[in-house]
Ligand binder design. Structure first.
Ligand SMILES: [Zn+2]
Ligand SMILES: [Zn+2]
Length: 264
């Protein structure tokens, strides 16, 4: 059946003198899927040939969500309830207005983000971005914001990795919620080592002076409500410093949305 479809498409291409690039791309894509069938990045289940998903619906449903008792400001799960976590209550240096995330940074999500960032699977940003966009619309954040800015990565890392995962997520979100994306508005001026082994204080020191505004965008972000996108919020140091730069440059509101929120 599939081979018949393939032949039909090939014939059509030949009929049109192989000018229809889209058809050619589809055929190539189908050929790739025969050799390497698309599988769910969590459970490994093989998808139908026409599927564009990289994570199956069952696995998506099973990822732990940030529901229940959470901090109203930074979405940290709160075991004992209350409106805000201790950090948000005591720390006057929080620059984002609110941080929200659809999912908990569980072991499953850790593996997914690792695949997205370090194992060259940029296509996962589509699945993750769709879920983030759905969440943004459910929370009515799309009605509040004027434009989208991703957390930047340093150009050396960008060349090494080939992409900025936050930018890929933001692109997907921008398409779905129909808001403009300014990928280059923030810049990362220094190369920093991975900071997963550092605590909150060490991260803040580590990231000092790392972010800056690309002055070309000063007028664009002024007086605007910004949606700041990143993959994960652990200590919130990165998104907070980006929010600081945006606020210092006269942005009105900064709403942060990440795919996942660490539990502490
Ligand atoms: Zn699955
Ligand atoms: Zn909090």
């Amino acid at each position: 059946m599939f081979c018949q479809n393939l032949l039909k498409k090939s014939d059509k291409c030949l009929l049109f003198g192989i000018t229809d690039k889209l058809n050619i791309m589809m055929i190539l894509q189908n050929l790739v899927s025969i050799i390497f069938p698309r599988t769910c990045s969590i459970c490994g289940k093989t998808f139908q040939l026409d599927s564009t998903q990289n994570i199956c619906n069952t696995c998506l449903d099973n990822i732990e969500k940030t529901e229940g008792l959470i901090c109203h400001r930074c979405s940290l799960p709160l075991r004992d309830g209350g409106a805000t976590c201790i950090d948000c209550k005591n720390n006057k240096n929080i620059y984002f207005d609110v941080l929200k995330a659809p999912y908990i940074y569980s072991d499953t999500v850790k593996k997914l983000i690792k695949k997205l960032k370090y194992l060259r699977r940029p296509f996962l940003s589509k699945d993750l971005g769709i879920q983030m966009a759905k969440f943004i619309m459910k929370e009515k954040i799309d009605r509040e914001i004027d434009l989208i800015v991703p957390v930047p990565i340093n150009w050396i890392k960008r060349i090494q990795r080939g992409y900025n995962q936050a930018d890929l997520l933001a692109k997907e979100i921008s398409k779905i919620i129909n808001k403009p994306l300014y990928s280059e508005a923030l810049i990362r001026t220094k190369y920093t080592k991975p900071q997963f082994k550092l605590n909150k204080k060490e991260r803040q020191e580590h990231l000092k002076g790392v972010f800056a505004l690309n002055k070309k965008y000063a007028d664009i972000i002024k007086e605007k409500n910004i949606l700041l996108i990143d993959d994960v919020a652990t200590t919130c140091s990165t998104v907070n410093l980006c929010s600081k730069i945006l606020k210092e440059n006269m942005s009105k509101k900064v709403i942060v949305v990440t795919f996942a929120r660490a539990t502490g």
